[in-house]
Design a protein around this ligand. Sequence first.
Ligand SMILES: [Zn+2]
Length: 425
Amino acid sequence: MGSAASLLVCNARLVDGTGADPVTPAGLLVEGDRIAWVGAMAAAPAIGPETRVLDAAGRTLMPGLIEAHLHLSYRDVRELPDLDLKCPVEETTIRAVAHARLCLESGYTAAVSAGALHRVDVAMRNAIREGIIPGPRLLAAGRDICSTGGMLDWNGSWLKLGMEGLGIFADGVDECRKAARSVIKEGADIVKVYVTGEGMIFECTAEEVTYTEEEIRVVCEEAHRRGRRVSAHSRGAEGCKISVRAGVDIIDHGTLIDSECVELFAERGVFVVPALNYQIAVLERGPEFGFPREFLDQTLYREELDAAYRNMRRLVDAGVRVLPGGDYGFAWCPHGEYARDLQTFVENIGLTPMQTLVAATKWGSELMRMENEIGTLEAGKLADLLLVDGDPLQDIRILQDRARLSLVMQGGRAVSGPLARELGG
Ligand SMILES: [Zn+2]
């Protein structure tokens, strides 16, 4: 891993993540782990002989991407036991280490977890922070909190199995409060609560609500008292309403919302991460994984996706921050395809490439409460950045091509890409 005490990147096309028009030719000066200067080349500061110079040769210079719905500990999930019974902690941890590296190599210098097995996220966050393993700066989740009979309670009661890795089952305000405290005790930054089901689990569908507002409220009280975020898995409108009224910060999915939700989300400033690529991939690749057509129809994913595209657009138009993040780790949407979500934001939701890049950088840093440190390229912030061969404003899909990520830098260290090797990475 190379680290340059002082490095001037010159002759780049700057897309700084604020939504401002691109600047060409632009440059950026890294000193230590931070950005000392960024702007038009004409205004570049004088540099001494100790500063290395990297000619970007017209490549796009942009902030590192932020994935907003990451499951580092999921891999090749095809059926429910792959999320639970077949996931001993040792194997799961080793897989998470590989995914963290892949995340960074895919241009994602930070990520928000949407749920983890065991304490894997917390261990990963700490190991990445300490420089023991490469990976994104991570907002770690703990085990999911779910009600008896809720979406995750899929193991038959007669089997007497329990669920040590994926979830904690809690009912009533006292148990919910204790579950939230347990997740915090284990070191998580985010407490995730399951409020509705989902289309592939026919016993607990997308519109079914499995918690009361009071139960969600105590989870939020405990988390917020300790400065943690709360995310709610919620697809249907009713589940979204009670979650947001109860105080959650992040709605994961939110696909089937109504006009009342749009107003409520805007008023409360919640973040929405629809995680659409999971559903898109089920429909596109489901047959390869043995899902019969009738099964795919029964999930109602096609209808849900069409609604979600319209609803996400309505949310953005109402000023709600909707973030890319695609639930990768299932067999049909493997880790490494993270930037596919950006294409969905442009092609299906109808955001401009610039809006999409802001959502994938600046808004992610706001969700992480790291907006003073990362998310945009501004003097004083950490040097988390990409040099991309091509212009993602012309074609957002190029961000899916790792060969075009010439340089991934995190905290001033060149961590991936051919230019990183040139810089001694
Ligand atoms: Zn997820």
